[in-house]
Ligand binder design. Structure first.
Ligand SMILES: Nc1ncnc2c1ncn2[C@@H]1O[C@H](COP(=O)(O)OP(=O)(O)OP(=O)(O)O)[C@@H](O)[C@H]1O
Ligand SMILES: [Mg+2]
Length: 378
């Protein structure tokens, strides 16, 4: 038996007829890592997962386990020999089998004694908090319980790589949170390499070591949750990670050093300062900004609603007339019009009323800048 160290995907492309669902997909998943594919519906998440699993033929590229090529479009290791486990959104349990028999099913196909099967099944059921459910049928259980059976059925086979395609999307909000926590605990315990598919950014941030953000079959950015959250590589990723207040701007001035820049932008006649850091995550940004400056091209700026501060700051001061207040308990969501006529979407914990005139300011490191039409990732 080989020991799984890493999965490597190189230049993977998948076409359905003329339609390219996945283009030049590159990724490494190491032992113990939790990697998430994040993106909107139709961006190719399930396609990528099914190609890796061997359920879909690939059009070109290569997939490796350690140094061994398991798929290059011509030569292909079959699904059952890859040692991967898959959990689907709809659980796919056997309705006529009890919980015990659902989980035991895969083990019975291997040559293992009845006693050992029993021990393994009971152990796994305990791990997913389903002790005492052995004799129930799937139809007698809630969605969350069924999903835990589906996960137990998969991990009891000790796969090298666990793949989960939107496993929580059929559950209500509260159960999703509980199951998210359980998945995280389970992963900490088992340390099995995992690929998780979701279109929920909170889920991706909470669970992952590495997030792959996708759009229309293209990878937009690969990074840690912190990198993706704080340094989105382009406007698409920023939008997906909760940046709002996307305003068009002209660059007035760039004062850059090696890895950061102070950029003065004009937004509808209002001058604001952005402190931008250049990292591996946005290394195309610097030349793209310089070019936009030279050619007087319009760029986009973006700010998270929670990054506005109320009051007067050292710089980036604005005045806002409050238009809409949505009271949500501890905080309110507020929409207002700035003195340059831009709409601003921000948060406040103090009591604010429609028609109030507020001072707002934006810390310069919270104002992101994105040249248009440039994918600032690799
Ligand atoms: N069997 C197929 N035949 C033709 N086109 C397909 C097939 N499967 C997927 N596609 C197309 O490939 C693209 C990617 O689909 P995929 O199912 O991978 O998206 P996804 O990111 O998983 O979306 P969702 O979040 O809705 O599950 C879509 O445009 C889809 O219509
Ligand atoms: Mg899908």
């Amino acid at each position: 038996m080989r020991e799984f160290k890493k999965l490597t995907i190189q230049n993977l492309t998948k076409k359905f007829g003329e339609k390219e669902a996945l283009t030049d997909f590159n990724l490494t998943v190491e032992k113990g890592q939790f990697v998430t594919f994040l993106g909107p519906s139709g961006c190719g998440k399930s396609t990528a997962l099914n190609c890796i699993a061997g359920l879909l033929p690939i059009t070109s590229g290569q997939i490796y386990i350690n140094e061994e090529c398991i798929d290059n479009g011509i030569k292909k290791v079959p699904v059952e020999k890859r040692g991967f486990g898959m959990v689907f959104q709809n659980y796919a349990l056997f309705p006529h089998l009890t919980v015990f028999n659902n989980v035991a099913f895969g083990l019975e196909l291997k040559r293992i004694s009845k006693n050992e099967i029993k021990e393994k099944v009971l152990n796994i059921l305990k791990m997913v908090h389903l002790e005492g459910y052995e004799n129930k049928f799937p139809s007698q259980m809630s969605g969350g319980e069924q999903q835990r059976v589906a996960i137990a059925r998969c991990i009891v086979l000790e796969p090298d790589l666990l793949m989960l395609d939107e496993p929580l999307s059929n559950l209500d909000a509260k159960l999703r949170n509980d199951m998210r926590y359980e998945l995280k605990t389970l992963h900490e315990r088992l340390q099995v390499a995992s690929i998780y598919v979701t279109h929920d950014q909170q889920e991706a941030l909470a669970l992952s070591d590495k997030i792959v953000v996708m759009k229309k079959g293209y990878i937009q950015q690969v990074g840690t949750p912190e990198e993706i959250y704080s340094h989105p590589a382009n406007l698409f990723v920023a939008d997906f990670m909760g940046f709002r207040n996307i305003w068009e701007a002209q660059i007035e001035e760039i004062d850059d050093s090696n890895d950061e820049a102070k950029i003065v932008v004009d937004i509808n006649g209002h001058k604001l300062i952005s402190h931008t850091k250049f990292t591996n995550q946005n290394r195309r940004l610097k030349p793209a900004l310089q070019q936009a400056f030279k050619n007087h091209q319009t760029i986009n700026t973006a700010i998270r609603p929670e990054d506005f501060l109320i009051g007067k700051g050292e710089t980036n001061n604005l005045k806002c007339k409050v238009g809409i207040v949505e009271y949500l308990g501890q905080i309110s969501h507020i929409t207002g019009t700035l003195n340059n006529n831009s709409q601003a979407d921000f948060r406040a914990s103090e009591k604010i009323r429609i028609g109030d005139e507020l001072d707002l300011w934006i810390p310069p490191e919270k104002l992101l800048v994105f040249p248009k039409g440039v994918n600032t990732y690799v």
